[in-house]
Structures are given as C-alpha cells and as structure tokens.
Write a new protein. Structure first.
Length: 128
C-alpha cells in the first residue's frame, strides 16, 4: 500500500488526479486558507447540503462542513474525470459517505474527517 499526501496548494495545481492500484491519497486541508474559494463555489452543494450547513450554530462549523462537501466533490470529479455536477455523495446507515457507480467510471472509496483543522479526505480505489 502506497500513501501520498496532498495539501491546500495541490488543489489549484492538479486538474486531473490518478490513483495507482493499492494507493491511498490523503488530503490535509485547512479550510481557513480557502474561505474565498469555498464561498465562491457554494453552489456546488445541493439544497439538502446547504440546509444541513444552515443548521450549524457557529461559523467555523458551517465552513468546515461546506469545505468538506465542496472539496470532496471537486476532488472526486478530478479523480473520475467528470464534471463536479455529476458527483452525488450518498451516506450509508452509519453516515459513511459513498458514490454510486456512474456508468463505467471506476469506483472509488473515500472518507472525510472534518471535526478539526486540518480536515482529512482520503481517497482510494482499493477495495477489500
């Protein structure tokens, strides 16, 4: 298993992402450095996601949640070479996010840890 780490700056430098077999990409994101980007891309979220964010009391919690949703869609769209509007994230019984199969596009596994800064988003094509 090979692990690669990415940070905020990589978001703007890499337009197409590629996972090798049994590789894990870990994104360490500091939302505080991306506020303008997140606000500019707020409409990447659907109405359900926006309502969830509106339910948070504190600004930091709203931004942390929005960052997770927006950047997860953006990153997955770059891994799958799809427009971000095609990325729909679902949640399992215990809240774990997942993607449904989109045509013949390779399936990815991902998870998000968003309770602190930096937030972590891990992506892999390894299934066990």
């Amino acid at each position: 298993m090979k692990i690669k780490k990415f940070v905020n700056e990589n978001i703007f430098k890499i337009n197409k992402l590629r996972l090798l077999p049994e590789e894990i990409h870990i994104w360490c994101i500091k939302w505080e450095l991306l506020t303008a980007f997140i606000l500019k891309n707020w409409n990447m979220m659907n109405e359900f996601e926006k309502r969830k964010i509106d339910g948070f009391k504190f600004y930091e919690d709203k931004m942390r949640c929005a960052t997770g949703k927006i950047l997860t869609k953006l990153l997955l769209s770059r891994y799958l070479n799809l427009d971000n509007t095609k990325i729909e994230i679902y949640h399992g019984m215990y809240g774990k996010p997942y993607l449904k199969q989109i045509g013949k596009v390779p399936l990815l596994q991902f998870n998000l840890s968003g309770s602190n800064s930096p937030q972590l988003c891990c992506v892999t094509n390894f299934f066990k």
